[in-house]
Design a protein around this ligand. Sequence first.
Ligand SMILES: CC(C)(COP(=O)(O)OP(=O)(O)OC[C@H]1O[C@@H](n2cnc3c(N)ncnc32)[C@H](O)[C@@H]1OP(=O)(O)O)[C@@H](O)C(=O)NCCC(=O)NCCSC(=O)C[C@H](O)C(=O)O
Ligand SMILES: [Mg+2]
Length: 280
Amino acid sequence: MTVRPSRSALYIPGSKERALNKARALPVDIILFDLEDAVAPDEKDNARKGLANALADGGYGVRQRIVRINGLDTQWGKADAAAVKDMACDAVLLPKVNSAADVDALAALVPDLPIWAMMETPQGILNAADIAAHPRIAGFVMGTNDLAKDLGAQGRTAMITSLQLCLLAARAHGIVALDGVYNAFKDEEGLRAECADGRAMGFDGKTLIHPAQVAICNAVFGPTPEEVDLAERQIAAFDDAMAAGQGVAVVDGKIVENLHIETAQATLAKAKAIAELEAT
Ligand SMILES: CC(C)(COP(=O)(O)OP(=O)(O)OC[C@H]1O[C@@H](n2cnc3c(N)ncnc32)[C@H](O)[C@@H]1OP(=O)(O)O)[C@@H](O)C(=O)NCCC(=O)NCCSC(=O)C[C@H](O)C(=O)O
Ligand SMILES: [Mg+2]
């Protein structure tokens, strides 16, 4: 089983040279190089050029490099799409995706790169299944700030239906799903709780805005030693049960069936992939 960890995805403003440099040494799984909301209108053209140069210089190691462009309905979107084709990146992230037709429009301009979709508009959420089914889509990124704005909503509870609709769509179509950002970047306990909530919902990881958030996010979205130990014991107990002609084992007073073994194997595969990543 091949697994690519997607625990932490850090936004880096494409216009901030120091942040672009710092990211080369951060233990983050995904870098979201931003040309959209983190870049002021007057800086857009310079940010596009500076980002292309930073990516060409390299040094981002095995981290997945994803460039968030401006929407194609903005004055910068088409130039971003044209530029991203030649950038040394792994995927392109389209903001404010409303429909699969929006993905078609970018796919026509950028023929080769996988496309990720920001899920952050009411229309986009309602069309999540169609968007996730698009053959070029590789991942969803929740945009909870824009969504809260458009819904006139406040707080995590107001996001739950939208988060779950996107997760259902992502799981139905086998793509990655990343939770939204936690804006209070100095509040470690609040971040930890929201990471745990996102993981419990089924997200693969969380988007971040500051390097100080990376360690907590990686820890919460990675399997704990206890989870690895349980997975190993479940697999061993199930193997013994099968050898004895039984289809069910019992571990820690709970039944273990084939479906639990699939989860246990996924846990071990994720732990192995993280260990390999962290050894590089
Ligand atoms: C939030 C910040 C503006 C804070 O910046 P700053 O005051 O510079 O923080 P620090 O002084 O604590 O920084 C310490 C060092 O870390 C580097 N740094 C800071 N942020 C980043 C980062 N994101 N990536 C890499 N490196 C970073 C600083 O350069 C300092 O380095 P050094 O001087 O060498 O020690 C700032 O963190 C920031 O701009 N964050 C990103 C904001 C952003 O990207 N916003 C857009 C994405 S969120 C969004 O749009 C979600 C979605 O669309 C939605 O709708 O919800
Ligand atoms: Mg947004």
